[in-house]
Every structure is written in structure tokens, then in C-alpha cells.
Write a protein that binds this ligand. Sequence first.
Ligand code: MN
Length: 737
Amino acid sequence: MIQAIAQEMYDKLEQTVREYNPAADFKQIRAAFEFAAEAHGSQLRKDGSPYITHPLAVAQIIAEELRLDSESIMACLLHDCIEDTGATHEEISKLFSPTVADLVEGVTKLTRMNYTSKEDEQMENLRKMLIAMSKDIRVILIKASDRLHNMRTMEYQTPDKQRKKSMETMEIYAPIAHRLGMQKIKWELEDLSLKYIDPVGFREIEKSLAGKKEEFGDVYRKVEKQISDRLNEMGIRHSIKGRMKHPYSIYRKMYRQNLPIDEIFDLFAFRVIVDSVSDCYNVLGVIHDLYRPILGRFKDYIGTPKPNGYQSLHTTVMGDAAVPFEVQIRTEAMHAVAEYGVAAHWKYKQDGQGGGSEGKYEWVRRLLENQEGADAEDFIHSLKIDMFADEVFVYTPNGDVINLPAGATPIDFAYSIHSAVGNRMIGAKVNGRMVPYDTTLKNGDIVEVLTSKTAKGPSRDWMTIAKSSEARSKIRQWFKKEKREENIIQGRSSFEAELKHNGFNPKLVLTEEHRAALLKRVSFHSFDELYAAIGYGGFTAQKAVNRMKEELRLFTKQAAEPAPAPEAAPAKQPEAPIFPDRRAKSAEGVVVEGLDGCLVKFAKCCTPVPGDKIRGFITRGAGVSVHRADCPNASDARIRPEDKGRWLDVSWGGTPRETYPTTLEVLGKDRSNLVLDVSAALSSTKVRVAALSARSLPDDNFVLHVDIDVKDIYQLNLVIRKIEQISGVTSVTRPAG
Ligand code: MN
């Protein structure tokens, strides 16, 4: 059942699309139209027209203003099907294409989003989130066109809804249209919104503008001819176009500068486009020669471009009949930036200083260039939104939007709220569920931080989990203030480790007599101060050692000279290879003396890893069981006399396995976030965690068993050190026996 009016609109749509894209898939477009008409059935709009006229009108906007591809047109026609009729994603996907179904679903998602009025910064984030959430830019384009048509037909809604939708349009959709270079759509959205937000003001301006146009129409036409004639005389190639400013831009000026409309100068503006920059200034000379410039109204945005890259000369002059008007003069290239230069604008907004890559926004330019014709089907496929790829937008439980760097975690979120929130954090929830601290936040997540007044503060590994420099520096601040003693110990041990790593003996070089000379190099007053700074991360051990190197070498040499110390040679590399002979016949990375290629398994009681001293036990029929040498089960005392002969020497060698399972036992004082901290520490070391179980012990103690897969003892020791650093942890051991 297709109503005559719908058929008529559809025919017009098809004709419009055919004009810019004759290769469009009209069979499928028609099928989408018929499907939508069927789905909406006898549903009516508020004005009494068949509902299908709305999707048709939206598709018409998309075709006329943006010249989008077949899939977009289909998605426009189907855009309210999921929301309003029983249609499903699968159905649309099967009948049309998965892309069309995704587009429709994307539009539906945005339709369901609910906005309440917010502060400016919040609005900015909300707009960005909206764009970021619609992975395909076409979703936003369709949604904006949908909104435009709804605004055009808003008069049939209740006054309350009119105001609400208009505010939303003004705050969300008009700025988005602006960013996407849809200047015409933006203006119309603004004017339509203003009509409902301030009906009296709007009508006044509209009336006044119509009056001025009527009154001065002849004057403007004369001016245009005057300018054009003079430029022709001078042989300056140009195009000139005059236009009435649109009501909302006038309204904003009146409101901002608190002026009555008669005192707004530039109700009318001419735009002159020329070939070169020098011509721009020539035209300016001509204008100022023809008309009297109004003082203080000349702006040279060519010499000093706006931060968003906009370039143009602006001047306001007084015409013959004392009618002021504005003239904007620019080159073709500057005009392109002014019209389509959304990219530059975004870039500026994003990092506040105008850096960034131009290529990132290439698609916007292409989108707009494409309006000049060319192949609509082709380019649109690559229109994937990526301008906010390095940001993520999440909600607070109150619905505020927080903007964080991509990859941000609950720790970043907490510190972006306030350092006190971060420092008191004892847990985090995402979308209502408890999560570990290293969870990566996604667009639209609702994040909640659990805090406690008795929280012990951040742990050191938060510094590596946090992605934002804000969070890291706040954590560092905390350590600097709260943990001086701990910092000194920590800093000292990293400093001494760094010395050893560089082949210096701390005992030899850090004597009382040397200290002053060394400190001079790093501008700290005492070694405690230096250690504290290294401890909280304000300075690095590497930097300190590097700066002291000359002295360190000298002191080392001096120490060696009087009596050449037998152990003067630099410390042996601690990380001697664990698997010395890759050719040895082995299984699982273990060489069994005298037994080639026998079955090897690792004892569950002590879970040895490469680097451990090991012993092998020949089991009855199950190969060789490998124990740590220090495992009680392998101690001589426990070996039964009849089994003595079954023990044999084994060593690490041959081709190792990728990882070896092992177990750690963590003892600590019970506090609610300790398990989370441990799992966060583990994930920061990238080892795989096979199991993690916690048990409470009397007196507020607890024990945690962690099964992990590690490469070797070095990696294991790293993990142990990480866990040991967590506040509340009293010991980390490897159970055996
Ligand atoms: Mn709609």
C-alpha cells in the first residue's frame, strides 16, 4: 500500500539521485522504500501525513545536500524501521546489506540517546562522543538530516517538545553540522531552533531582515555591480556574491553585543573570490576607494589567520545610501578552507595549539569535494570516522561526559575527577560491574569509582597502568608527599642497581669522601633527596648515573690502583643463558643425563621454571618428574632408601617451551582492593594468569594463590618484585613440598 504522495516523493528522490549518481542501485533503493512503506504501514506523523513521507524527506535531504551513496539512501529510507516497527538488524542485513543494517542501527542508537542541557565543556565532549560512537560518518550525516526534517516539521509538536528538541539541536546538531562542513544545514538548524527557543526575537529579526532586503535590495544590487565593474576595469578576475546574514547569526550578535538590530552593521555581506593573495589586497584597495571604511572593522585574517586556519580579509564599509555592509575577500583556496576546512577547526579544538596531521581529516575534504560530482559509490566506503581515535568518552554515574586518552583505565578516570578520588580509590565499576584497574575504558562506558577514607593510597604500579599524564603526575605527587621513607629505600635500591648495571661497585664509589662531588652533578643536596626523587619518579636512576659517570669512572680507577683488587672485574652478567646447549636432546627444555628423549613432566608440588636448580625423579611409568632442588620432596631426608637410585641429575637445556606454569603464594593484610591490585600488577607484567584464589586468614590476614605461566626465573622474579611492592603485601613465596 503506497500512498500517492509517497510515490510522488519517491520518484523525485530517484530523479535527484540519478542526477549525481546514475550508477546507483535503484532496484535496492526502491526495495528499501517499499519495505519501509510496508513497515510503517498506516502509521501517521503528527501533521497527519503518512509516516513514510518522513524517511523519504530525510533521504531527499541526504541526496540533495550531501549526495551520498546508495547504501546511505537505503539507510535513510529505513532509518526509523528498527525504532518504530518490528524490523530487526538481521532482517535488514539479509534483505539489503550488513552495512545498511549497521547504518540504520547506528542512527537508532543516536535516536535513543538522551540529552539534558549541560555546560559548555560537557556539550563539547558530548558532541565528540556522539561522533566517536557512530563508527561510520554516514550515521551522523543521516542523523543530522533526520533532525533537520524533524525541525522543519516541528510546528505540530507540543510547545514543550518543541523547546526541548530545539535546545538539543542548537547544542548538539548545529555544531556537528558546522564541523562536518554542512554550512547550509547548520544555518537552517540554527534558524529553526531559534524560532522555537525565542519565537518573539526570531520573528522580529526575520521581519526586520525582510524589510531591509526589500528596502535596500536595489542598493545591494547596485553595489555588487559597482564593485564588479571596477574590478573588471582593473583586469582582476573575480566572482562576487551577496547574501543576507541568516537570522541566528544576527541574533547572536545582538545578544552578545547587546545591540538593537539597527545597530548591527553587517546584515548584508559580499564575498569576493580572486586568484591570488596580492589580488585580495588590490580588491581591498578598490573597496576602500569606492566606499568609506568603518573604523576598527577591518580584519586581516590573511596576514594573521584564525587559529583554525581561516584566511580572509574582512572589512565593513558604508555604501552610498548610508547602508553599511561587510565585504569578505579571499582566494579560491582560502574559500575551500573556509567552506570545508572543518579539519583544521577540529585539530585546533582538539589539541589547543593547531598541531596534528592534516591527512587524518582527508576524508572530510573528500566528502565535500565529492559534491562537485564524480563517483559517489566509490569514495564513501572509505569514510570511516577516525578523528577521535586517540580519545575515549565515558560517563560518570551522574551522566557527565569525561574525555580521556584512548586506552585509559579506571585509574585515569578517578584522577581526572580529582586527585583525592584517585588516592582514595579502593575499586572501580564499569557499567555496574567490578573491574580490575587495568580495564580499558570504551566509549559510552559508565564508570564509578569506589572510595574509602581509610584507603592506603595508590600503589606504585598504578603509574604504569595509568595512560594519562595527569593521573601519573598526581600519583607521583602522592608518593612524593606521603612516602618519603619508602621512596628513599626504593630510590636507593634502583640507584645501586643502576650502578651495578653499569659496572660500578656501589660500596667503592659511594664513600663519604666521594659523595659531595657526585651530588654536584645532579643538583640535589643530599643522597636522601636524590633517592626520594628517584623513588617517586621525579628523577631516574639512569639519568643520575649518566650524569655522574665521569666521577664514577675516576673513583673506580682510583680504588683499583693502589692494590689491584682481585675482584675488580665488573660483576658477572646475572642473566647467564639458562639453555646453554640448544642441540642437546631434551624434552620440554630439560636435559636428562643419560636418557635421551624421555617423557618429562614438572612436579606440581614445587612448579620449577627455567633457572631453578632442579633434580629429576624417574617415576614408575610416567617418565621423569622434575623437582626444584630445594623442594622438600626432593630432599635427601625424604627420599626413601629404595628410591635412591631413581634420582638423577637434570638440567635446563635444548629447546625451551614458551612458558612454564608455576605458583606463587602471597600473604598480606586484608583490604578490599588488594586482589585487584595484585591482578593489576600481574597484567602489567604481561604474564598469563591461569588462576587466582584468595582466602581470608585470622586477624585480617589473607593468603592468595596465583598460578601463572612464565618464561623463566627472571620473569618470575620480576613478577615477585612487582607484587612485593603493593602496599599491604607482606610476603611473596614459591610454595614447595
Ligand atoms: Mn526519523
